[in-house]
Design a binder for this molecule. Structure first.
Ligand SMILES: [Zn+2]
Length: 388
């Protein structure tokens, strides 16, 4: 029996690299000034007289539920892939669909096999520790890789990110990408080689709570099921050594706050726990400072000058350690001259923001839920946010 699926369902079943391959092989040649940027492609719109690229296509599903490969043009508006195809080739949607499907509309096991996971590497020979200057170099490379034209290997990360709605986090300097070519950089520690082989390829920067300077990075694994989710570079001894305690993840507004805590007094700061939650919440609340503690045990040490006179919404994990950490952090915020309020993620099973995303919630839902929590404490604060 043949099962029929729509083009959009078919596209959703493909991996991100397969979507890029489809675009490259069938459409790229018909378009002008094609440029691959992070996880989208930009080009001159073929549907209107366009001399500089005003059209783009995102390979992932859109944040508003748009199907993958939705076309957007500043002048012509947006349409799904099959409509765009039909316009480019001047054919009917039915003909376009028949062209796009490799087997004429039949649902098949077209979803290619995932690349094999290397076996988990562990406990290798002792290596020299890593300095802050080296992690800064690494972050700069990873940051450039996320904003630069993507290579195909990055699409493993794209696949992972699109499932969670993190696409914009890659373009918003919340995280960077470790690439094979980075391993050739002089002085790159052996650890980083193992990160790459073990699929720890998402690089998140950590900033000192006192100075706001980058003092460490965390590597997040984006595929495979074994072993820990995150890794830190090995510590060295000496003044230039990296550290975890007293360092935090921070989105753009939070980085400004850490660098100049006295600049704009008052206002709300949201605190979250762990790298992936920092990506999710940091992106969802892009216009509000979001500080992420690397682990529950570091929560109290994350308190600094930044919380003086500010209101702090503690959205740490809803498990026992998270609740205990929120309690100790609340009292530290209080001592530092701030006001802290802890909230718990909604729902029985929800431990953190990523649990909510796994259960089908979107970043927009997390944003709304957090803003509602703030509004319940101070209605005026959210009105001000809405004005921004
Ligand atoms: Zn156009």
């Amino acid at each position: 029996m043949r099962e029929y699926i729509s083009v959009n369902e078919y596209l959703a079943q493909l991996r991100a690299d397969e979507r890029v391959a489809l675009f490259r092989s069938r459409l790229e040649g018909r378009l002008k000034q094609v440029r691959y940027v992070a996880h989208r492609v930009e080009f001159c719109c073929p549907l209107h007289d366009d001399s500089s690229p005003s059209a783009r296509m995102f390979f992932a599903p859109g944040p508003g539920g748009e199907p993958p490969m939705t076309f957007k043009c500043f002048a012509c508006g947006s349409m799904d892939f099959v409509s765009f195809w039909a316009k480019v080739f001047s054919c009917s949607s039915r003909e376009a669909a028949a062209e796009i499907f490799p087997s004429g509309g039949r649902s098949s096991s077209s979803r290619g096999a995932k690349p094999p996971m290397p076996t988990q590497l562990r406990e290798l020979e002792t290596v020299r520790g890593t300095s802050i200057s080296m992690v800064r170099k690494l972050w700069r490379l990873a940051y450039d890789a996320a904003t630069d034209d993507g290579d195909d290997a990055d699409l493993v990360i794209a696949d992972w990110a699109e499932g969670r709605g993190f696409f914009d986090a890659l373009c918003n300097d919340l995280c960077g990408i470790l690439r094979r070519e980075h391993l050739d950089v002089v002085g790159i520690p052996e650890d980083v080689r193992r990160w790459f082989l073990g699929h720890y390829r998402l690089i998140l920067p950590l900033f000192d709570v006192g100075s706001g300077e980058l003092v460490n990075v965390q590597a997040l694994r984006v595929s495979g099921d074994d072993g820990p989710k995150v890794l830190f570079p090995r510590r060295a001894t000496g003044a230039d050594s990296v550290r975890v305690s007293g360092s935090v993840f921070a989105n753009k507004p939070a980085r400004r706050l850490l660098l100049q805590p006295a600049e704009s007094p008052g206002g709300w700061v949201v605190v979250t726990e762990g790298g992936t939650d920092s990506l999710a919440v940091g992106q969802a609340l892009f216009d509000l400072p979001v500080i992420g503690v690397p682990g529950a045990s570091c929560a109290a040490r994350a308190v600094g000058e930044w919380c003086r006179g500010r209101k702090v919404l503690l959205a740490l994990d809803s498990d026992e350690t998270g609740i205990a950490a929120a309690r100790s952090m609340a009292s530290a915020v209080d001592k530092a001259g701030g006001f802290a309020e802890a909230i718990r993620y909604p729902g029985e099973a929800a431990g953190d923001a990523c649990d909510l995303l796994d259960r089908g919630f979107k970043l927009g839902d997390i944003r709304q839920w957090m803003l509602d929590a703030i509004a319940a404490l101070e209605p005026r604060a959210v009105e001000e946010l809405a004005r921004v």
